[in-house]
Design a protein around this ligand. Structure first.
Ligand code: GLU
Length: 517
């Protein structure tokens, strides 16, 4: 029987979740779901120079927000769900972070002794060696090789010139060292990438890579291979930028005599002008999209299409996570770079916003309203309103806006006349070259019509019927002045919608103000 699928997302915590990272996480998650396998989250935090306080916690929290549940690995304490009763410990280095599963630690900085042990085993087996070269020498060798048009590789000085006794002495006297892999000569490194097909390179082009750094931390390569082996990873699904590292990893698997997982390298993300996606955080941090009011359904849907499509002649583009769990297939991930087009994200988000019930839209919009100055002032000024009255009012605004929103941070933005007193130039009230008398008459007709509708019957349909009846075939004459009187704006929802949201008293008041201008 084939081995159970076990895949992992292995981010290095940089302070934010990159959209490319979210795509790797999502494809791994979907691959696990589709194949009845496990999805694991491990943290690759061995690069101490890039350590950012709080980054691990915020990364997990972003994954939780989009709803990518794990079977194993790291979790936030407040979100721990452990239905399978797996082993669970609190992380020693990140308080509040839990590690669930039998194959931990799932955080590399907590596994240093293990990496060191394995590196030393390779030295004992003659497959790796100690290197005592100082940075200055390494830089010099590199510069010379580049000047001679050679690949900038280490010249094996320590392997050739430092005897076993000298190594022991240097180690005893605490000399700084690294451990390097002794890359075998003339080996063909070949693998079948699940997306890119056959990849083949000769080991002579691979540098004697450092496995243990002088600070006692493993390099990414060593730690990545050891814990993928220990966690039983069956497929490594990651971004194309890691493709050059894969031959190095394969050499390490070979040196240890371990099974080699399958590899799948996901296409690069490109900006709309086909350049590599800019690293400016605003473009790539998932957290920024969350803050701007994109729904998780839209973010997932957008990200899954960055390199994958359903194929078979279908043009379907809107997919729920549950649906993707059924239909996702790595075979349909393409090699060519995937264009990151924010217009598509807006379009998808608008689709999902339209599908929300008013109650859902209201719940999700409240935090965005709360950030707006016009809303804060409105809220204070409506002190006498009950919480329920405010809720009803906001829901009306949202019902009108729902069809037009691209993201939730836009709520109220284009329709601030629902929240604040309006100011406009009197001439704006005129429909075409209306005379002052015709304008008066028009406003009066609106007042009469709206006054004739009782509070109980203040429904959009009713308001529309009555106003259209009054307008007859001269719609502009009635509706233009009414629109401006209610909104102070030339562009707005329909005057009927405005009246419905504002309510009878406020609508009549605004019409009266227009009349008195
Ligand atoms: N730590 C790497 C990253 O930050 C992960 C590479 C891999 O998945 O092997 O993307």
């Amino acid at each position: 029987m084939d081995k159970k699928v076990r895949v992992r997302f292995a981010p290095s915590p940089t302070g934010y979740l990159h959209v490319g990272g979210l795509r790797s996480a999502l494809y791994n998650y979907l691959f696990a779901k589709k194949n009845g396998g496990d999805f694991i989250l491990k943290i690759e935090d061995t690069d101490r120079k890039r350590f950012v306080e709080g980054a691990v916690e915020s990364l997990i929290s972003s994954l939780d927000w989009v709803g990518l549940n794990r079977n194993e690995g790291v979790f936030l304490k407040e979100h721990v769900l452990n239905p399978e009763n797996k082993k669970i410990i609190e992380s020693a280095s990140y308080p509040g972070v839990m590690e669930i599963g039998e194959f931990g630690p799932y955080i590399q900085s907590e596994n240093l002794a293990v990496y060191k042990k394995y590196a030393e085993e390779l030295v004992a087996a003659g497959k790796a060696y100690y290197c005592f070269c100082e940075q200055e020498r390494l830089d010099q060798v590199k510069a010379e090789r580049i000047a001679n048009k050679q690949a900038p590789m280490y010249d094996r000085y320590c392997l050739k010139n430092v005897s076993a006794e000298e190594v022991n002495e240097k180690l005893k006297s605490n000399c700084a060292y690294t451990i390097r892999l002794k890359v075998p000569a003339d080996e063909v490194i070949e693998f079948e990438d699940l997306i890119r097909g056959k990849v083949s390179i000769n080991s002579n082009t691979v540098d004697d890579q450092v496995l243990m750094k002088s600070d006692g931390f493993p390099t990414y390569h060593l730690a990545n291979v050891i814990d993928d082996h220990m966690m039983g990873t069956t497929q490594v699904i990651r971004g194309e930028e890691w493709l050059p590292s894969t031959p190095k990893h394969i050499l390490l698997y070979r040196a240890f005599g371990w099974d080699i997982p399958e590899f799948a390298h996901l296409p690069l993300l490109l900006s709309t002008d086909k350049k590599k996606l800019s690293k400016r955080m605003g473009d790539v941090a998932v957290e920024d999209y969350i803050k701007k009011g994109y729904l998780k359904e839209a973010i997932i849907n957008f990200v899954v299409l960055l390199g994958w499509n359903i194929g078979d002649g279908s043009t379907q583009e809107v997919f729920s996570l549950a649906e993707l769990e059924q239909v996702f297939d790595l075979k349909r991930v393409h090699k060519a770079g995937a264009v990151f087009d924010l217009k598509k994200l807006d379009w998808l988000n608008a689709q999902y916003i339209k599908k929300l019930s008013v109650d859902e839209l209201y719940e999700k919009s409240l935090e965005f309203f709360a950030q707006k100055e016009f809303y804060k002032t409105w809220n204070v000024e409506r002190e006498s309103w009950s919480a329920e009255e405010k809720e009803i009012y906001l829901k009306k605004v949202l019902q009108i806006e729902q069809e037009r929103l691209n993201n939730l941070s836009e709520v109220g933005e284009n329709n601030q006349f629902f929240f604040a007193p309006i100011a406009y130039d009197k001439t704006m009230l005129n429909w075409k070259d209306m005379s002052p008398e015709a304008l008066r008459e028009s406003l009066q007709k609106s007042i009469e019509t709206l006054s004739g509708i009782s509070e109980e019957n203040w429904e959009l349909k009713n308001i529309e019927e009555k106003l259209f009846a009054t307008a007859g075939d001269k719609k502009g004459d009635l509706l233009w002045p009414l629109r401006v009187a209610l909104s102070g704006a030339q562009k707005s929802p329909s005057p009927m919608e405005l009246a419905w949201v504002l309510g009878k008293t406020e609508s009549l008041q605004r019409l009266q103000n227009a009349l008195e201008k």
